[in-house]
Design a protein around this ligand. Structure first.
Ligand SMILES: Nc1ncnc2c1ncn2[C@@H]1O[C@H](COP(=O)(O)OP(=O)(O)OP(=O)(O)O)[C@@H](O)[C@H]1O
Length: 317
C-alpha cells in the first residue's frame, strides 16, 4: 500500500545535457519502492546514478521524467513537506563551513531549521555526543579527517529529526572503527522507526547494514537482493594474488573448477573465482606448488557485476 512506502519512484529519468557532447542519461526509468522503517541499500559502481537519484529524492535536482515521492509527498510539487521529512548526508566537503567549528556548523544548520536557540543547543550537544565528535566540537572543520567530516554530515542530517534519511556514500573516508560505529548508528536510527536509503559501492557495507539491497548500474535498477545473497557473492568471488607463479601452475589454476579468470600483471598473477570455496583451493594449490607470496582479497563490485549482469542476460556496457 502506498501509505506504507517511505520512498517511491516511478519511471524516474534524468538526462544531463552536455555542452558539445551527447547528453548523459543518469537515470533511465527507475522504479523503486522502499517501505517505512526499512534500511535499503543502493549498490552500484561509480557513475551508476546513485547521487542523481538521491539529489532528486531530496528535491535539489529536478527529474527529466517520471515521478518520485517521500512519505507520499511529491518531490517536485511538495518540496516543503519533503524537506521537512528528510535528512540528507552527501559526503565530501559540500555544505560544510570548514573555517567554523563542528559545533558552530551544527548551530548554523539548526538556525536554518528555525529551531529556538535553547532547543538547538540541546540537540546539537546530543548529536555531537551521538556521532562521537563531542571532544572535537570546538575545533575547526578544516582540521578534520575525511571520516570526521562524514560524521559531521550525519549529525547535520539528523538535526531536523527526520523520518527518512538519504545517505550518499556515508562511510567514504572513515576508518574501519568509525565505519563500524556508523553501522551501529544506522541500526539505532532504524530502531527509532526511521527509514534509511544508503548508497554505497561497498558490498560488505551493504551486506552489513541493509535489510535489502537494490543494485543499480547505468541508470537502471538491476534488481533487489537480500543481504545474504551479497554475502554469498563476497565469499564466492574472491581474489587471490600471487607473485612469481610458474607458467605451468598458471595453466593448472585456469583449469580448476570455479576459477573465473587468471590475469597477469607484471610478475603478479591474479586469480578471480566465482564459486564458494574456490579461493581456498587456489591458495592450497599455490602453496603446494611452492609459491610463497600469496594474498587474498575481497572482490570489487565491478568484479561481481560482470557475473551478475552476465547471469541476468543483461548487456555489458
Ligand atoms: N552535472 C552533470 N553533468 C553531466 N553529467 C553528469 C552530471 N552529474 C552526473 N553526470 C553523469 O551522470 C551519470 C550518473 O552520475 P551519478 O553521480 O549520479 O552516479 P553515482 O552512482 O553517484 O556515481 P559516483 O559514486 O561516482 O558519484 C554519470 O555518467 C555522470 O557522468
Amino acid at each position: 500500500m502506498a501509505q506504507d512506502l517511505a520512498v517511491e519512484a516511478k519511471g524516474l529519468r534524468r538526462v544531463y545535457e552536455r555542452r558539445g557532447g551527447s547528453p548523459a542519461v543518469a537515470l533511465d526509468g527507475v522504479d523503486l519502492q522502499v517501505r517505512r522503517g526499512e534500511v535499503r541499500g543502493l549498490l552500484g559502481p561509480n557513475g551508476a546514478g546513485k547521487t542523481t537519484l538521491c539529489k532528486i529524492l531530496s528535491t535539489v535536482l529536478l527529474p527529466s521524467g517520471g515521478t518520485a515521492s517521500i512519505n507520499g509527498h511529491d518531490v517536485v510539487r511538495e518540496t516543503a513537506e519533503v524537506r521537512r521529512t528528510i535528512g540528507i548526508a552527501f559526503g565530501g566537503e559540500r555544505g560544510l563551513y570548514t573555517r567554523l567549528t563542528a559545533r558552530q556548523n551544527l548551530m548554523y544548520w539548526s538556525a536554518l531549521y528555525r529551531q529556538r536557540t535553547r532547543q538547538a543547543r540541546a540537540r546539537v550537544e546530543y548529536l555531537l555526543d551521538r556521532i562521537g565528535l563531542a571532544e572535537k566540537a570546538d575545533e575547526r572543520v578544516e582540521t578534520f579527517s575525511r571520516g570526521m567530516k562524514q560524521r559531521l554530515h550525519l549529525a547535520r542530517a539528523l538535526i531536523g529529526n527526520p523520518e527518512v534519511l538519504l545517505l550518499d556514500e556515508p562511510t567514504i573516508g572513515m576508518d574501519p572503527v568509525a565505519a563500524r560505529d556508523f553501522r551501529a548508528l544506522v541500526a539505532e536510527l532504524q530502531g527509532e522507526g526511521r527509514t534509511v536509503l544508503v548508497t554505497t559501492h561497498d558490498m560488505a557495507e551493504a551486506e552489513a547494514v541493509c535489510d535489502r539491497v537494490t543494485l543499480i548500474d547505468g541508470g537502471r535498477l538491476l534488481g533487489t537482493e537480500e543481504p545474504r545473497t551479497i554475502g554469498g557473492w563476497l565469499s564466492a568471488h574472491e581474489r587471490v594474488t600471487a607473485t612469481a607463479v610458474p607458467s605451468r601452475v598458471v595453466a593448472e589454476l585456469r583449469a580448476l573448477p570455479g576459477v573465473a579468470q587468471v590475469l597477469s600483471e607484471g610478475d603478479r598473477t591474479i586469480v578471480e573465482t566465482s564459486a564458494e570455496g574456490t579461493g581456498g583451493q587456489v591458495l592450497r594449490h599455490l602453496i603446494d606448488a611452492g609459491v610463497t607470496e600469496v594474498s587474498t582479497g575481497r572482490p570489487t563490485l565491478e568484479d561481481v557485476y560482470l557475473h551478475v549482469i552476465g547471469d541476468r542476460g543483461l548487456k555489458l556496457r
